[in-house]
Design a protein around this ligand. Structure first.
Ligand SMILES: NC(=O)c1ccc[n+]([C@@H]2O[C@H](COP(=O)([O-])OP(=O)(O)OC[C@H]3O[C@@H](n4cnc5c(N)ncnc54)[C@H](O)[C@@H]3O)[C@@H](O)[C@H]2O)c1
Length: 331
């Protein structure tokens, strides 16, 4: 371990993306402080030498104040994630995703942390006309409470960046796929692979709508680039993903069927989710040299392999364990 490097504080570190990001930075010899209230009753991360895990709700400001140190790099991932869960728990969602996140940001500003990374979403683009590619300058069109909260925080950060001379980077992530120790099978690619593998009945809605996808490991790589490469200014926004990984749901199903077949899939001509956006990821490539390594095929194959090896115990029965379905009571 090299304590000369700033500590990396991952808030939401026991989540689907957080566990992968945490392992990535431990492998790069960072000292990682991971904070998470385990809202889905998920397991604590395994004990590791350079990892301090704090089971903590981000509403506990005094405790956070002690953990967040000047000069740390803070990666803000925590929150209720996704349209369905934020719709189901709308009041709690607004509290966590707006009120508490704002308080965490205020601590980071007060402490003058080395770099604050706020993880946002490409869902902010919502819907675009004529399949036009959208970039960081495009108009945002949030269709869900989830995206609306993200945009409120983005605006708050932009406003604060004018008076605080600290590095602030907003990363708008594409939809994630791939393996994580805290697996989510409620995300499109992962969910489709699971259902087809188990030969469950799969109804696919909104088949022709476009969405960008990105492997969880690539998100870790993107955060690493964002903190390692000198950025042009103190405040920046980047889309994170690959132009090559913009797909319709129909294309994803075709890709999965190259490896596993099922006769139990039906395409339903009904719109349930109006999001439809193709995203341009060239800014991060041009300015920070970041290009994702992993294709959707890679993710499909690794999930199939892990299911063949029974990596996910009780996958058939305990669907709720593997995704953002039900939260435990919070304070
Ligand atoms: N998964 C995706 O496809 C995707 C896409 C774009 C952006 N993102 C963003 O990436 C981040 C992580 O997403 P994820 O897929 O890992 O979701 P996740 O639900 O697996 O992770 C979120 C984590 O936050 C924790 N958390 C929730 N409320 C908390 C609280 N009050 N105090 C402390 N911890 C709390 C949860 O326990 C969970 O571990 C989120 O900010 C999300 O908006 C995700």
């Amino acid at each position: 371990m090299n304590r000369k490097k700033p500590d990396l504080i991952i808030i939401g570190g026991a989540g689907y993306i957080g566990t992968v990001v945490s392992d990535f930075f431990l492998s790069k010899n960072y000292f990682v402080k991971s904070i998470d209230n385990l809202i889905y009753n998920q397991k604590k991360p395994e004990r590791k030498k350079n990892l301090d895990f704090y089971k903590l709700d981000i509403s506990k400001i005094e405790k956070l104040n002690k953990i967040i140190s000047k000069n740390a790099i803070v990666v803000l991932l925590a929150g209720l994630v996704g349209d369905p869960i934020t719709k189901k728990y709308s009041k709690i969602s607004k509290k966590i995703n707006e009120t508490y996140i704002t308080r965490v940001i205020n601590i980071c500003l007060k402490k003058k942390v080395n770099h604050l990374i706020f993880v946002s979403t490409c869902s902010n683009y919502g819907i675009t006309k004529n399949n036009r590619m959208v970039n960081e300058k495009s108009k945002l069109n949030p269709l869900s409470l989830y995206a609306k909260s993200k945009i409120r925080i983005e605006k708050y950060l932009k406003k604060k960046s004018r008076n605080h001379k600290i590095k602030i980077t907003i990363l708008r992530f594409a939809t994630a796929f791939g393996l994580s120790k805290r697996m989510r099978f409620d995300l499109t690619v992962n969910q489709f692979v699971r259902e087809i593998f188990l030969k469950n009945r799969l109804e696919v809605y909104d088949t022709g709508t476009w969405r960008p996808y990105c492997h969880v490991k690539d998100f870790a790589g993107a955060i690493y680039r964002a903190i390692s490469v000198k950025q042009r200014s103190l405040f920046n926004i980047y889309n994170v993903g690959s132009n090559k990984n913009n797909f319709t749901k129909e294309r994803i199903i075709q890709k999965i069927q190259r490896y596993i077949k099922s006769d139990n899939i039906s395409f339903v001509n009904k719109n349930t989710d109006f999001r439809n956006y193709k995203v341009d990821f060239s800014k991060m490539k041009k300015e920070l040299g970041f290009v994702p390594k992993y294709s959707v095929e890679y993710g499909i194959k690794e999930i199939i392999r892990s299911m063949k090896k029974n990596f996910f115990l009780n996958l058939k029965k305990s669907k709720d364990k593997f995704g953002n379905y039900t939260i435990k009571k919070t304070s």
